[in-house]
Ligand binder design. Sequence first.
Ligand SMILES: [Zn+2]
Length: 405
Amino acid sequence: MTSEAFAMLCEQNSFPEIGNGQLIQYLTEPRDSCTPLQPGQTRKQSGQPRGGGVETEYVMERDSRGDYHASLALEFPNSAHAAEVEQRVRTCLQTLAPYLSGPDGHKLEIKLLNQEQLNRLPPNLRPEIRPIDVVRYGRANYQAYPNDITCPEILHEVMHLFGLNDEYYENEHLYCRPVMEDSLMVSETAFTESVIPTQIRCDCTGITCRSIMNSGNQRLIDAYTAQDIPTLKQACEWSERVVTSLSAPTFVANGPRGWNVQRDRVMPSASAPYYEIRRGTSACRCKATDRYCLEYRRGDLQRSRAVHQVKAFCPFGAPLLERKFVSATTPAGVDAQGIYSFPIPQGRNRSLLHPNQFRLVIGGNCPNASPNYRTCSNFANTLPNPSCETPMACYDPRYYLGTSH
Ligand SMILES: [Zn+2]
């Protein structure tokens, strides 16, 4: 991010510091804990990430404009990269704040309290301090972050501390979980980049990338830079062979539970013309009981070629240099230094939180806070259960997440 763009973001984030305004009304009575927060009021709330079963606490403040400021007390116990990761978390939350907004347009800023701010709070408003381990590698979870955790991953994990649950397909043992598609709690990187203008930069100085991008053959360039089509591993059998000419991808239904995909990939090769075309074909079939697969099949056929057009990764043979949030994206192209860059297409969502996710964070662990979200996300971590009782309505993002589509 340029320093100019960063200054712009900082300006937008110049919210009042917690606990320093004389107009702030602290709500500390239990009877106040579930009434809607009014501008000028502050209270302690809790979130309940299921799975680990740990309750987290945070301070929720509403400023005079009606915007919300949630403060967490996180502690990063000493390890080689703890201070660096803590700083990354702070910077990330500040960068993303303009993109966390609710259905009524109010904003949500998430902050980490430092020791001094904690001390300034009345004792009964101080949230419990939660340790976050910084680990060398591994998948992030809400209580341990790898050294190289990215900003979208940070936001995903932090939202668990506010009570949001995962919405992605994990494995068949979690089939009671309603699986969503476009959400921070499904694929944080893709979703974040579809909301915030993002530019990807790839090193195109290698022979494969150079010869294709300079070939003047637009069809070849399009196929080389296209996004690969994802397939469902548990349902599809793939085979691949080298072919001599390109053809467009195809998706064809095969009975009520099956479908076939064919798509070409342009891959590096050691000798001239330094690329080869590999044609992949897959025959896919869902088990009758695999609800996720059946939904996926429907989506795969519907998405059809559109999937192929959404570029999100550097092409083979052109290593990723950087994915960065920008103030405005520029069209795809190779510059004089041999850097191929392209924009991530902006999605239909304007906020990183869907309406019911936002409502849950605002309302905390109150029974009437985002009731649909609470009902549906209760099944997110259900263990194998033959009588999986997830309400069917939960498979509709309009019901679960409050989306308009
Ligand atoms: Zn998660």
